[in-house]
Design a protein around this ligand. Structure first.
Ligand code: ASP
Length: 366
C-alpha cells in the first residue's frame, strides 16, 4: 500500500449550492467520498481550511506550505494531494514548488464542476491525483487535471469553466493519467529549493499592476504608497509600458522595491525589445523580466524571494529588525538578499522566445 496525505483547502471540488451561488463547504472526507480511491492507496485527510481560492491570502498559503512539510516529515508518507480551488491554484502550486526539496510529489487538483454535480469532474481528478502522488518521484509540485500532469511552474488556468482548465502556454504536460496509469513524458530540471520561512512570519505586500492604453502611474503609486515590497508590472506585448511607468519603476527599485515585468499576453516570454517605456527601459529602471511566467506566478516569485528563510522576528521593516541604524542596515541587506533570490528564481525560468521573434533580439544586440 502507498500512503497519501490529502490536504483539503476548499474550492469548487468542495462546493455546493447555497441558494444564490456556489461556495466551498465540504470537509476533506466528504470530497474523498465523492469518488473511488485507487486500490493501492490508503489516505489520511487533513482539513486545513475550506475557502474558494479567490479568497486565499498569503497567510493561507504559508499555512499550506507548513502543512505539506509536516505531512512529508513522516517517512511513511509516499506523497501529498492538495484539493484546491482552481482560480488561484497555479499560485499556490508554484509557491509550494519553490520551497520543495523532497523526492516525494505534491499534487494539486480541483474541479470545474461542484461536488454535487452529477456529471462532475471531482472524482476523476482526485483519483488521478492520488495515483500520481502514490507513484511519482522527483517531479516536484505538479497539477493534475483532466487526465494531464503539469509542472507547477509555468502552468495557468486557461479556461473559466471547461473541464480542461489548465495548461502551460509555453510547454507540454509532464505526463498523462489514463486507464489507471500515469505515463511520463520528459522530465524538467528542477531549481534548488528555497529555505522555508518560519511559521508566523508577517507576509509582505506584493501587488500586480496592469498596463493598458492610456495607462498612467496612479495604481502603481497607490501600491507603493500602501507599502508594497514587490510589484509585478503586467506589460503589454513583450512586457512594455510607457515612459511615466518606467520612471516610477526606477524610483521604486531605488527604494528597494522588487519589480518584475510580465505580460498580459497569453503565451511567450517577455523580452527587452522596445524602448520608449518598453521592456528595455523597464530593465534599465531595475525591473527583472519574468520570462514565461504569467502575472500570478511572477508575483509568487517575488513573494517567495521575500519570504525565503525569514524568521518571525525580522519580519518587516527597520523597526522589526531591531530599530535605528542597525535596523535600517539589516532591512537593506534583507532586500538585497531577496533581490538575489528573485534573480535566481527567474534565471531558472524558461526565457524562450519563439524562433520567429529572434531576429528582433539579434537586431537589438547590434
Ligand atoms: N471559485 C472556485 C475556487 O477557485 C473555482 C474552483 O475551485 O474551481 O475556489
Amino acid at each position: 500500500m502507498r500512503h497519501v496525505v490529502v490536504i483539503s483547502t476548499g474550492g469548487t471540488i468542495a462546493s455546493r449550492w447555497q441558494g444564490d451561488g456556489y461556495a466551498a463547504e465540504a470537509a476533506g472526507q466528504e470530497v474523498l467520498a465523492a469518488g473511488a480511491v485507487p486500490e493501492c492507496v490508503d489516505v489520511t485527510v487533513v482539513d486545513l481550511f475550506t475557502v474558494n481560492s479567490s479568497r486565499l491570502t498569503t497567510d493561507h498559503q504559508l499555512r499550506l506550505l507548513h502543512a505539506v512539510h509536516e505531512a512529508l516529515a513522516d517517512p511513511s508518507v509516499d506523497g501529498v494531494v492538495i484539493t484546491h480551488g482552481t482560480d488561484t491554484l497555479e499560485e499556490s502550486a508554484f509557491f509550494l514548488d519553490l520551497f520543495h526539496a523532497d523526492r516525494r510529489p505534491v499534487v494539486l487538483t480541483g474541479a470545474q464542476k461542484p461536488l454535487d454535480a452529477e456529471d462532475g469532474d471531482a472524482a476523476g481528478n482526485l483519483y488521478d491525483a492520488l495515483l500520481t502522488a502514490a507513484t511519482g518521484r522527483d517531479i516536484g509540485v505538479v497539477i493534475v487535471f483532466a487526465g494531464q500532469v503539469f509542472a507547477a511552474r509555468g502552468t495557468v488556468k486557461k479556461h473559466t469553466v471547461d473541464a480542461r482548465a489548465f495548461g502551460d502556454p509555453d510547454g507540454l504536460p509532464l505526463g498523462r493519467v489514463e486507464f489507471g496509469r500515469v505515463t511520463w513524458g520528459r522530465r524538467r530540471p528542477r531549481a534548488e529549493a528555497l529555505p522555508l520561512p518560519a511559521p508566523g512570519v508577517a507576509p509582505p505586500r506584493v501587488d500586480i499592476v496592469m498596463h493598458h492604453s492610456d495607462g498612467d502611474t496612479v495604481l502603481l503609486d497607490a501600491s507603493l504608497a500602501a507599502g508594497a515590497q514587490g510589484v509585478v508590472v503586467v506589460g503589454t506585448g513583450a512586457g512594455n509600458a510607457n515612459p511615466q511607468v518606467a520612471a516610477r519603476v526606477a524610483a521604486a527599485t531605488r527604494d528597494g522595491v522588487l519589480v518584475t515585468v510580465s505580460t498580459r499576453v497569453a503565451a511567450g516570454a517577455v523580452a527587452p525589445l522596445y524602448t520608449g517605456g518598453g521592456a528595455v527601459d523597464l530593465v534599465a529602471a531595475g525591473a527583472l523580466l519574468a520570462g514565461t511566467l504569467r502575472p500570478g506566478q511572477a508575483r509568487i516569485a517575488i513573494l517567495a524571494a521575500l519570504l525565503a528563510g525569514r524568521s518571525a522576528e525580522n519580519a518587516d521593516g527597520p523597526d522589526a529588525a531591531g530599530g535605528g541604524q542597525a535596523g535600517v542596515r539589516q532591512d537593506a541587506e534583507r532586500r538585497r538578499a531577496a533581490g538575489a533570490t528573485l534573480r535566481r528564481i527567474l534565471d531558472s525560468t524558461p526565457q524562450a522566445l519563439p524562433a520567429s521573434e529572434l531576429y528582433l533580439v539579434d537586431r537589438v544586440g547590434k
